[in-house]
Design a protein around this ligand. Structure first.
Ligand code: TXA
Ligand code: MG
Length: 324
């Protein structure tokens, strides 16, 4: 019988998971955005296995997760004042800062780039794991979203297991921490220039960044999507995602609760707010695949803020799977 990798989190499991990480195993863990697939960010062979399990090209860099903003200096060589404001205001939280790297951030983490992505996640289990790992000499956990490359990010431990369970080894662990509360990946902010630049929109919005830094960043949605599109191909289910279309009978349908289900369509989610939409979106896309649906019609939320991140992911999902 296949091994069950999912583990409920007790203090014992967390210290065991930290030890396994230090020994080179992979530990998937919950964060407030999506689940991550973690490995010791300084262990080349562990990172090589991580890339294999994810099926990801090695020139795609990984985010290094740390327990607190004080640890930034271990990984980053220059930290502009505005990045300190952002870290102070939004960490722990759904934000990744791209900064010039120090030597400890090897090419196998950065994909050969001179920068490193850093994030302090706001999930109690992620933070406890990071602290336990640092206590035994760890300096950071590299963690991409715990899905196979190009597919939908997992927001539950069950989704992690169905994505990568068959690729894991006996010492690997999936920590369960309930459904992710944000539901879409962190905002990625390039902090290598005079002003911050959004590379991937998320729950930390342009307005929040401007208020925190007192800088005008003036990133329009189109440019944000163009840049982040180059970071990762797709966030796609098997079913074809069609935006702003009315579902035909037998097709999946995702829209705000205030919008009625078209006759014969299969309602996959009825979020009441934009925040709810982000939280339930990826599970709804997975549900479509579980039901074997061929097509999902989605009416994305309108407006600014988190709605921009939702439209970004949906637009990329609607471009279809990288492998097809
Ligand atoms: O919310 C999140 O960010 C989740 C959780 C687990 O923290 N992680 C996540 O990782 O979404 P991943 O690897 O699936 O997506 C991270 C993106 C990738 O597209 C990668 O190319 C980009 O961040 N990235 C990482 N380091 C970078 C760097 N130094 N420069 C530019 N882009 C970078
Ligand atoms: Mg990802």
């Amino acid at each position: 019988m296949a091994q069950n990798f999912v583990s409920m989190c007790t203090a014992d499991t967390l210290s065991q998971a930290a030890t396994e990480l230090k020994n080179g195993a992979l530990v998937a863990f919950p964060t407030e955005t999506v689940y991550g697939l973690g490995a010791d960010a300084t262990n080349q062979s562990a990172i090589e296995r991580l890339y294999q399990v994810k099926g990801r090209p090695v020139d795609h860099p990984l985010i290094v997760h740390i327990s607190a903003m004080e640890k930034m200096e271990i990984w980053a060589s220059e930290i502009p004042t505005y990045a300190i404001s952002l870290a102070r205001d939004f960490w722990p939280g759904p934000m990744t800062l791209i900064l010039p790297r120090r030597d400890i951030a090897k090419d196998f983490i950065t994909g050969g780039q001179e920068t490193v992505g850093l994030r302090v996640p706001a999930h109690v289990i992620a933070l406890s794991l990071l602290t336990a790992f640092e206590k035994i000499g760890g300096v950071g956990i590299a963690a991409p979203s715990a899905n196979r490359f190009g597919q939908v990010s997992p927001t539950t431990s069950a989704a992690v297991e169905s994505e990568i369970g068959t690729y894991l080894s006996p010492h690997d662990i999936i920590l369960d921490g309930g459904p992710s509360l944000v539901g879409v990946e962190s905002t990625i902010i390039d902090c290598t220039g005079d002003i911050p630049k959004i590379l991937r929109p998320g729950a930390i919005t342009e307005v929040m960044i401007e208020e925190s830094t007192n800088l005008s960043i003036a990133a329009d949605e189109a440019s944000a999507i163009r840049v982040s599109g180059s970071l990762e191909n797709h966030y796609s289910p098997k079913a074809r995602v069609v935006l702003n279309a009315i579902a035909e009978p037998g097709e999946g349908f995702i829209a705000l609760a205030s919008i009625a289900t078209p006759k014969g369509a299969i309602r996959l989610a009825s979020p009441k707010t934009t925040e709810d939409f982000a939280r339930v979106l990826y599970e709804a896309l997975r549900e479509a695949d579980n039901q074997g649906l061929k097509k999902i019609a989605v009416l994305p939320p309108e407006g600014e803020g988190l709605a921009i991140a939702i439209r970004d992911r949906l637009q990329r999902a609607s471009r279809g799977r990288a492998s097809q």
